[in-house]
Design a protein around this ligand. Structure first.
Ligand code: IMP
Length: 199
């Protein structure tokens, strides 16, 4: 595929996605290139609902193939919260720091063995006629009781990847992309896009 619009306004995600799709798509566009793109309310009950809603409306509006992802943190002790509400866990205008502070408050006193969690990601690829495909990925980890590391975004400083003994905010971006929920979902998407290129 030569051209693809990535429907995300999150600069942290956009940086990761550019790296993930290097060599697969000749030219990536972002919402900055389409200032009149319709706003989408992320009110779905699942990551798939939200990803499809975002990608489909942008594909119909622009006439381009579009990808959008929806992702979030699913914490076992909190019955899957914050889930699809990860970006707004501490309120509509919450910052990453506010959301992390709320997560630490809700898990205060919970021992390490019950602080298990997963990041989940669903990518939707939609065409201008509204047809969509979805690709999913997950990464398991443990929520620490204080932040570690300065890289990444969102809940990265609190998310320990047991196999590495480091948080996602301590791992280099190349490593995060190789193991992350988004990296895994993108690996499926890339495989699909590469199949399309084969004669
Ligand atoms: P989305 O933009 O609606 O997909 O919201 C995703 C929210 O989930 C972000 O704002 C973060 O709070 C959290 N999140 C998703 N992926 C990551 C990640 O890779 N690291 C840290 N937080 C993430």
């Amino acid at each position: 595929m030569r051209e693809l619009l990535v429907a995300t306004a999150n600069k942290g995600k956009l940086r990761e996605i550019e790296l993930l799709l290097q060599g697969t798509v000749a030219r990536l566009f972002s919402p900055v290139d389409f200032p009149t793109l319709p706003e989408v309310v992320e009110d779905g009950e699942t990551f798939t609902d939200n990803a499809v809603k975002k990608a489909r409306s942008a594909a119909i509006a622009t006439g381009m193939p579009v990808i959008a992802d929806d992702s979030g943190l699913v914490v076992d002790q909190l019955d899957g919260r914050p889930g699809v509400r990860s970006a707004r866990f501490a309120g509509e205008t919450a910052s990453d720091a506010d959301n992390n502070a709320r997560l630490l408050r809700e898990l205060a006193g919970v021992p390490a063995e019950r602080r298990t969690a997963a990041f989940r990601c669903v990518i939707a690829l939609c065409m201008p006629d509204g047809a969509c495909m979805t690709f999913a990925g997950a990464l398991n980890g443990v929520i620490l009781d204080e932040p570690r590391g300065t890289a990444g975004f969102g809940y990265d400083p609190l998310f320990l990847v047991p196999e590495f003994g480091q948080t996602l905010a301590e791992l280099p971006l190349e490593v995060k992309n190789a193991i992350s929920h988004r990296g895994r979902a993108f690996a499926w998407l890339k495989e699909y896009l590469q199949c399309l290129q084969d004669p």
